[in-house]
Design a protein around this ligand. Structure first.
Ligand code: GLU
Length: 283
């Protein structure tokens, strides 16, 4: 599609230069260029999670599903890329800033909370969702609030705000186990290696609703933090950032955001917050 656009633009330019002798512009038009100025590339690399049902999941079939995937697909569409031009790249929690700095991906939609610390290394479009940190425990567990965690084995993921919040304030005396992904934490919770898993309620609801975990786990229903999900871009890439913000605004006004919410959070019965306004961070 992109190549076809470039070809069409080039063909138009050729016709114009042949028919209008005074037309000396060699500007090949913006039509086919990527928003970051990388220009005319055939695909766009987008970072997502691969193991978070309802948000970013690589299905056994090789397809990708989830709210983040739908948001990313919509945004890429507005930037001029068809779904089959998107190259999905796994960006685990601890890898996101580096993936952007190295230029491995154009943007990241991966339950990526906007924080001041991260803003020193990357820029964020959005926010596009507000989630809250919560706990997932076994259905028969008596852990009900943050203070119950002290002395208990608690799993979260390296490089996440969830792990940092535990250390800083929620339960500094918990035995925090930091794994590489949330699916590893779920396996630990199932086997009894850990007593609880903490991260965003959006992620926990998605796991709890999986067929293989039916009836096994429960969410505590706590709002331990505000997690404003942004779309990460390379620091200083204002062009992509602005393009993404425009796309996100359109996604909300044309109803695609609501549809993505229903499609992806409906099955998990996750009660999400309303669509945030661009630039509106809940602290
Ligand atoms: N939203 C939190 C964060 O960005 C936790 C989820 C995650 O690790 O992706 O750190």
């Amino acid at each position: 599609m992109k190549l076809r656009k470039v070809t069409a633009a080039a063909a138009t330019a050729l016709v114009l230069s042949l028919t209008a002798t005074a037309c000396g512009s060699d500007d090949s038009s913006d039509e086919g260029s990527s928003p970051s100025g990388s220009g005319g590339s055939e695909t766009i690399k987008v970072g997502i999670k691969y193991d978070q049902p309802g948000l970013g999941l690589k299905e056994p079939s090789g397809d990708f599903s989830g709210f983040d995937v739908d948001v990313a697909t919509y945004v890429a569409g507005e930037l001029g890329y068809e779904p089959d031009q998107i190259e999905w790249i796994e960006t685990k929690s601890a890898d996101r800033e580096n993936a952007l700095s190295r230029g491995d991906v154009e943007f990241i939609v991966a339950t990526y909370s906007i924080t001041d610390e991260r803003k020193e290394k990357v820029d964020f479009a959005g926010p596009y969702l507000l989630a809250h940190q919560d706990l997932l425990v076994k259905a028969d567990s008596d852990i009900a609030e943050g203070t119950d965690l002290n002395g208990k084995k608690l799993c979260s993921v390296t490089g996440s705000t969830s792990a940092q919040n535990v250390k800083d304030e929620i339960a500094p005396d918990a035995q925090l186990r930091e794994y590489g992904t949330y699916s590893e934490c779920i396996a630990g919770l199932q086997s009894g290696a850990v007593d609880a898993l903490t991260t965003d309620d959006s992620i926990l609801a998605g796991f709890a609703a999986q067929d293989q975990y039916q009836g096994q786990f429960k969410l505590a229903g706590l709002k331990l933090s505000n997690e404003n999900y942004g779309i990460g871009v390379q620091k200083g890439d204002t062009e992509t950032l602005n393009g993404i913000n425009t796309a996100l605004e359109k996604m909300v006004t044309d109803g695609a955001w609501d549809k993505a919410v229903q499609d992806n959070f409906g099955p998990a019965d996750y009660k999400n917050e309303p669509a945030p306004k661009i630039g509106d961070i809940v602290s």
